[in-house]
Design a protein around this ligand. Structure first.
Ligand code: ATP
Ligand code: MG
Ligand code: MG
Ligand code: MG
Length: 476
């Protein structure tokens, strides 16, 4: 039985076995108290060992980090904050943990230190809480789509397409990297490669998702995506998970409604189902905030920040309106933005956070971005300058979702692919969907780790994925 379940039982002195990892051991004159955790909950169960029940040698092996099974009686606890505890009859030690060497001693470790021991950090309260919230959010995502008539579509991980056209791909090849076969012109001859052409790890499942939408009407993908972007920020990973719904017959406004409804559902789900973990993370955050300068301290607690999203209507405005607001802001006039504002720039997280946190004090959806800073597949607006793009911006994060209504007109799409230099032959299959029964459709991509980042209140994306992959770090 898992500790979460045991903690909910009524203590009737029944015999019970508890298995888990020792968090702490306290020895007073004639009793030892062992706090055990098995990762099923943030709470430990206390095992009480009276003198003489367990041999000295065994008790010596029970140290922080060791793995044990305790057999005993479930009794009412005298301690505060817990209903039950175990009166120990015997202990089996599965695995010891040398206290001289075990890195996770019962004290606060820095997140930087824990990142270096990603193989052990799930055993800390903070990371086990994050991993449980991450699980709950994944479950909420599938639940939301299943409840709303979407089909889960699996798109390829190895692909020949670069959906974003940003050239941030990891190549996949079976050719000898040092002496690849060459064509007569001296270029790499991909005919001899495994697939007979250049391939890479997917940066997004969207293009294939669109094919799904034009057959099943409502689909979503939820899979790993890879970007070889050398962004050493707290918001970017080289390997991250993306959720991409795609819906036939949806236009931009429907896409915005979906993004708002969907994110609110997921966050509410976490609030309802991970209350203990979120309360723990909130307390952790309050401690952390105390070490910050007063002006940098967040005005909202974690649960207030989550309700800030679930209870507010998202503000919706165009990119052009947002640029006007930024140009008229004190921050701009006093030169506070690192990246200068003008119409046509790709907004940076400092601008996005200004709009959300300072100006509107609400989550924001920006639409109709200049076509030159967005991907080729977005539907052109009547003015020919902007496209039906939308970015959803959250407090503390900036962009959490990027999406659009897609170009469904064959001639216009072909024109755009030419403008951005995509070869027609490389995405003939995509273009063909606009020739056979083209349908208006829209969708978006949500970076899963950015959602987990938001819900857990953590500040570095490396801390919300079990094994972070960033430039120069992939220990595992
Ligand atoms: P950003 O402007 O933050 O670099 P983007 O505009 O390049 O993001 P999109 O191509 O729009 O990203 O991808 C959709 C979503 O995927 C983003 O809104 C974000 O939530 C997430 N995302 C993009 N790149 C990364 C990354 N390197 N690591 C984690 N999440 C990412
Ligand atoms: Mg990017
Ligand atoms: Mg962006
Ligand atoms: Mg984007």
């Amino acid at each position: 039985m898992q500790i979460k379940e045991i903690l909910g039982l009524t203590p009737t002195q029944q015999s019970i076995v508890v298995k888990g990892w020792v968090r702490t051991k306290r020895v007073s004159s004639s009793v030892a108290f062992i706090a055990i955790n098995d990762g099923s909950t943030i709470h430990n169960i206390q095992a009480v060992v009276s003198e003489g029940t367990v041999s000295e040698e065994t008790l010596k092996l029970v140290t922080t980090g060791s793995c044990i099974a305790v057999t005993g009686k479930l009794i009412a606890s005298q301690g505060q904050g817990q209903n039950v505890e175990v009166e120990v009859v015997s202990i089996e030690v599965y695995g010891t943990a040398d206290p001289e060497k075990y890195p996770l001693q019962p004290k606060k470790h820095s997140l930087e230190f824990l990142r270096e021991i990603a193989h052990l950090r799930p055993r800390t309260n903070t990371f086990s809480a994050i991993l449980r919230v991450r699980h709950a959010l994944a479950y909420a995502i599938h639940t939301y789509f299943n409840n709303n008539g979407f089909f889960y579509l699996h798109t390829p991980i190895i692909t020949g397409s670069d959906a974003e056209g940003a050239g941030e791909m990891f190549r996949v090849t079976t050719l000898d990297p040092i002496n690849p076969p060459l064509t007569e012109e001296g270029k790499v001859d991909y005919k001899e490669d495994f697939f007979g052409k250049e391939t890479n790890l997917t940066v997004s499942g969207q293009l294939e998702g669109e094919l799904g939408a034009m057959a099943l009407s409502k689909v979503y993908t939820f899979g790993p995506t890879f970007r070889a972007e050398n962004s050493n920020t707290t918001r970017h990973l080289a390997e991250f998970w993306m959720i991409e719904p795609e819906v036939a017959f949806n236009e931009l406004v429907d896409n915005m409604d979906l993004a708002e409804d969907f994110t609110k559902f997921c966050i509410k789900y976490a609030l309802d189902n991970c209350a203990d973990d979120i309360a723990f993370l909130e307390k952790r955050l309050i401690e952390e905030e105390k070490n910050k300068k007063k002006e940098e301290q967040s005005e909202l607690s974690l649960s207030e920040k989550l309700r800030f999203v679930t209870e507010n209507e998202f503000e919706r405005l165009t990119y052009t309106e947002a640029i006007d607001i930024l140009l008229n802001s004190k921050a701009h006039k006093n030169g506070k933005f690192v990246y200068p504002v003008e119409w046509g720039i790709d907004l940076q997280s400092e601008h996005e956070r200004y709009l959300v946190e300072k100006h509107f004090k609400k989550p924001v959806i920006l639409t109709n971005y200049p076509k030159d800073i967005k991907a080729f597949y977005m539907k052109l607006d009547e003015d020919g300058k902007t496209v039906r793009a939308m970015d959803v911006l959250f407090p503390g994060i900036g962009e959490i979702i990027g999406g659009s209504q897609r170009e469904d007109d064959y001639a216009k799409l072909l024109q755009r692919t030419k403008e951005v230099g995509i070869e027609e032959e490389s995405i003939w299959w995509y273009l063909e969907t606009r020739q056979f029964g083209s349908a208006p459709h829209a969708g978006f991509g949500l970076g899963f780790e950015r959602l987990v980042l938001f819900v857990t209140g953590m500040s570095n994306i490396r801390d919300v994925i079990p094994f972070p992959r960033t430039p120069k770090t992939a220990e595992f």
